[in-house]
Ligand binder design. Structure first.
Ligand code: NAP
Length: 231
């Protein structure tokens, strides 16, 4: 059985991805920082809960130990947990504002990936999906035809740009693994006060598709529901 762990799985895109992969027959670890929220969602969907706060080294290490003890290996890691951090005017944005978003969206992903790499290396078909954003693409955010070009902010867009490079570097270092970044598109979740124009079913589609890759699939790519996203 394919063993899959999703960070931030208690709501939004993570929850919908968990629902879809459980329907596919995956063993899904719903990782959440809050035990009440995580256990409730895992119970509703029929997945397994593990406590994991991406900003907390001890919790990430403990989660990897739980998955190692119970599943033995991990086939699919979905780095989904993320925060928006608010889009303050640039003149008011402090280094602390940027650092706070990077703690979750960038350093959190490095922490989780590092902790789970040994378990992924035990898989015959290891896959990592990093949930990025069109907001992390310099090309998309400077294209006047794209909605993303109308939003100006430092922390969130820069965090997703960093995540894109991190994805590319991991993909080069681990050629046996399929490691890709995805843009779900502007999706109605708590991250944007449910203003997104896509449903979670539509947004999760590319996450699920990349989670299902086998060894013939792409790696080191940045994809949305239409295909390649320019970096
Ligand atoms: P969401 O509904 O706000 O869900 C975010 C999830 O991340 C929640 O489960 C949240 O847990 C979790 N999380 C936040 N900080 C965490 C931490 N330190 N440790 C563990 N979990 C943490 O937002 P979403 O839209 O589904 O976001 C999922 C991903 O999609 C994010 O990476 C986001 O950047 C990306 N994305 C979203 C959109 C969009 O339009 N919605 C577009 C492009 C990319 P709590 O419930 O405990 O807060």
């Amino acid at each position: 059985m394919t063993s899959t762990l999703i960070t931030g799985a208690n709501k939004g895109l993570g929850r919908e991805t968990a629902r879809r992969l459980l329907a596919d027959g995956h063993e899904v670890w719903l990782a959440a920082r809050n035990p009440q929220r995580g256990e409730a969602t895992a119970g509703e969907l029929g997945g397994r809960f593990v406590q994991l706060d991406v900003t907390d080294e001890a919790s990430v290490t403990a989660a990897a130990e739980v998955v190692a003890a119970e599943s033995g290996a991990l086939d699919v890691l979905i780095n989904n947990a993320g925060i928006g951090g608010g889009f303050r005017p640039l003149a008011e944005t402090t280094p602390e504002d940027v650092r706070r978003v990077f703690e979750t969206n960038v350093f959190g992903i490095v922490r989780v990936t590092r902790a789970f790499l040994p378990l992924l290396e035990r898989s015959s078909n290891p896959v990592i999906v990093n949930v990025s954003s069109g907001m992390g693409s310099v090309a998309v955010t400077t294209d006047p035809g794209r909605f993303e070009s109308t939003l100006i902010g430092l922390a969130y867009p820069a965090s997703k740009t960093a995540l894109n490079m991190i994805t590319s570097q991991y993909a080069k270092a681990y050629p046996r693994m399929r490691i890709n970044a995805v843009d779900p598109g502007y999706t109605a979740t708590e991250l944007n006060g449910h203003r997104g124009t896509k449903t979670v079913q539509e947004g999760a589609e590319v996450i699920v598709r990349m989670a299902r890759l086998d060894a013939s699939g792409p790696t080191g790519a940045f994809l949305d529901s239409e295909g390649s996203v320019p970096w």
